[in-house]
Design a protein around this ligand. Structure first.
Ligand code: NCD
Length: 318
């Protein structure tokens, strides 16, 4: 995709080469943040959240500030914006575009951020649209895997939990399909199975049983049951505590990395927090670098290459 002044709405937009570029740029921003500290001076990011968030919103805002830009945030769009007066998403987008240079939106309805982008003259980033997609989480998950395994192909990954409503799973599976030789195991109750349209193009198997699903994998990606997506709370309660990973279980498996997009509820024990195999807090940190990259690319800035020594002028001797 051409990043320059585009919207980032879903993972379908990416070619494999875009993903490789994002990984490479993320390493550079992580290792040399000083090269980018004034990159976006004078630019403004607006974060508009119609749904709860901790990591996503704060990391977008921190990312913009670390690039030298500023932030205008509305984390309570439902109560504290003209939505409460009936303003459409498209009109809101038009208005925000008059004041800011780029925006990140989270909304509980599938397709809503795309609708928003139709009214927007500035790059619009999907920070989660209902059960559909969470593309920037998938990018930071991809970067975390690449850093942790030293590669982004030839591995086996088990996704555990609510694979029907979990948008981070949907986006990450779609994104990993671009790479070679990745085996997927989808561990979920029958009622919370991954949608067929997402799983179909992968080398995968489905199972209900976690003990079976997490054998011989390189990565376990735990997720919480997405309480807010259930219309019937009794139905949600049926799945509470259905899966749980702790140190005793992990110690039967050997060197397997544990990921989780967070927040966790009861599916991931805190006794894993200091285990070197746990990389869920690395995901949190990597979110900052990857979001710095995304904002930079969408505002037309690429990785800054070191000047080649051949280009350095040497004194001309007569
Ligand atoms: C996820 C989300 O909002 O989809 N959280 C996040 O952005 N890190 C996962 C979740 O809420 O379960």
């Amino acid at each position: 995709m051409s990043f320059n002044h585009s919207h980032l709405l879903n993972t379908k937009q990416f070619q494999k080469s875009d993903l490789e570029q994002i990984i490479d740029f993320s390493h550079d921003i992580e290792n040399h943040p000083e090269k980018y500290q004034d990159l976006l001076k004078g630019k403004i990011l607006s974060t508009l959240f119609y749904e709860a968030s901790t990591r996503t919103r704060i990391s977008f805002e921190a990312a913009m500030i670390k690039l030298g830009g500023s932030v205008i945030s509305n984390p309570g769009m439902v109560q504290f914006s003209s939505v409460s007066k009936g303003e459409t998403l498209k009109d809101t987008a038009k208005v925000i575009g008059s004041y800011c240079d780029i925006m990140a939106i989270r909304h509980p309805e599938k397709g809503s951020v795309e609708e928003f982008s139709k009214g927007s003259d500035i790059p619009t980033i999907n920070a989660g649209d209902g059960i559909a997609e969470h593309p920037t989480q998938a990018l930071l998950d991809m970067y975390t895997i690449e850093k942790s395994l030293g590669r982004i192909n030839n591995f086996k990954i088990a996704f555990v939990g609510d694979l029907k409503y979990g948008r981070t799973v949907h986006s990450l599976v779609r994104l990993l399909r671009r790479f070679d030789n990745i085996e997927f195991v989808f561990v979920s109750p029958e009622q919370l199975k991954i949608p067929h349209k997402i799983a179909k193009k992968t080398n995968h198997r489905n199972t209900f049983c976690m003990n079976d699903g997490i054998q011989d994998v390189d990565i376990i990606y735990m997720t919480r049951i997405q309480k807010e997506r259930f219309k019937n709370k009794k139905e949600y309660k049926k799945f509470v505590g259905v899966y749980h990973l702790n140190k005793t279980i992990l110690d039967t498996l050997g060197d397997v990395k544990v990921m989780h997009p967070l927040p966790r509820v009861d599916e991931l024990s805190t006794d894993l927090d200091n285990d070197p195999r746990s990389i869920y807090f690395d995901q949190v940190k990597n979110g900052l670098y990857v979001r710095m990259v995304i904002i930079s690319l969408l505002l037309g800035h690429k990785k800054r290459e070191k000047k080649s020594s051949l280009l350095c002028s040497s004194p001309v001797l007569d």
